[in-house]
Design a protein around this ligand. Sequence first.
Ligand SMILES: NC(=O)c1ccc[n+]([C@@H]2O[C@H](COP(=O)([O-])OP(=O)(O)OC[C@H]3O[C@@H](n4cnc5c(N)ncnc54)[C@H](O)[C@@H]3O)[C@@H](O)[C@H]2O)c1
Length: 367
Amino acid sequence: MNVYLVTGGAGFIGANFVKLLLTKYRDIKVVILDALTYAGNIKTVEDDIRDERCDFVHGDICNRELVKSLFEKHNFNFVVNFAAESHVDRSIDNPQLFLITNILGTQNLLDAARHAWTTGKDNDGYPQWLNGVRFHQVSTDEVYGSLESDNSFFEETTPIDPRSPYSASKASADMFVNAYAETYKMPVSITRCSNNYGPYHFPEKLIPLVIKNILEGKQLPVYGQGANIRDWLYVEDHCKAIDTVIHHGRRGEVYNIGGNNEMKNIDIVKLIIRTIRNIMEEKPACRATLKKKIYSDDGQLLIDWINDDLITFVQDRLGHDLRYAINPDKIYKELGWKPETSFNEGIQKTVQWFLDNQEWVEAVSEK
Ligand SMILES: NC(=O)c1ccc[n+]([C@@H]2O[C@H](COP(=O)([O-])OP(=O)(O)OC[C@H]3O[C@@H](n4cnc5c(N)ncnc54)[C@H](O)[C@@H]3O)[C@@H](O)[C@H]2O)c1
């Protein structure tokens, strides 16, 4: 039976990954370790931890004793490290927290896994590793830096060139993972993914923030002129890619994950406005989620509120990377993974999920 330690499993992508594991595999044990920072919420995994196959531990990946005790209690064969401070704006305000969680926390997990998974030394003095174990680091395309608005892409071989405190901390964590692979021959893998969106996305990031603000009748802040380009991937596709890499990817390898779906921020905001507007027109029941009354009781549109006039351009983020675009050919060709959800379909599903889960949005926003 596979036993997974999923750190950061009460956050956006980690929770989606836990849900995928519990749905896809029957005979499985999942232990979530999460510090429940502002970005993590127990409500996100409350159904999952009712399942006897899934335990929740409230704690910090930097806590040496706690992590060691988890390895003593469970025979983990996979560690999948999602736990991180993940918001670039917050890293500009408080870089040190990012170093502590993203670098020291990762190193603490690596060390605990190293002690638990090695059984002696081989003839060359390298540790001998248990069979079938894997430490997987969930990284980001932001470690590669920024691209011009041309036709270039981040490859796995692109030199690391992080620009923000967030991406510098993630790049550093990747280097520690590689250092453990080289120094101790630890079985590791790394995935570097583009921007994710989908259910359970904390409403400080672009897509859920725009949805939330539209429903609340607030302006939609867009950095600069909204010209920054990101490659977007539906979160479930990212989770499937990680599942593929940890089971079938070569150890010691980096795999880029992307949706081949580059969009300017401004175009995304406009698409969300159109999507919500259409849903409100077509599904009157959804109008109850609007915090501002824009339809009369007999269904007539009173104020033409949901349109591009909501967009307000705000001062650009410091050092805002212009373009990220990833070449995912390696995982396509080597492991046969491909994204299954188109952007239009993914946005439709995401908006509908947020409309159907306003209670969750309110609970996580109050924290
Ligand atoms: N969101 C994206 O678009 C994206 C894209 C590529 C890679 N990533 C990476 O994926 C991972 C998950 O991202 P996310 O968007 O789900 O982040 P998130 O901020 O939504 O969730 C992070 C989770 O980690 C937990 N956490 C934070 N510090 C912790 C600590 N010290 N100990 C234990 N738990 C802690 C939080 O409580 C939260 O549940 C991150 O490592 C991020 O760098 C994210």
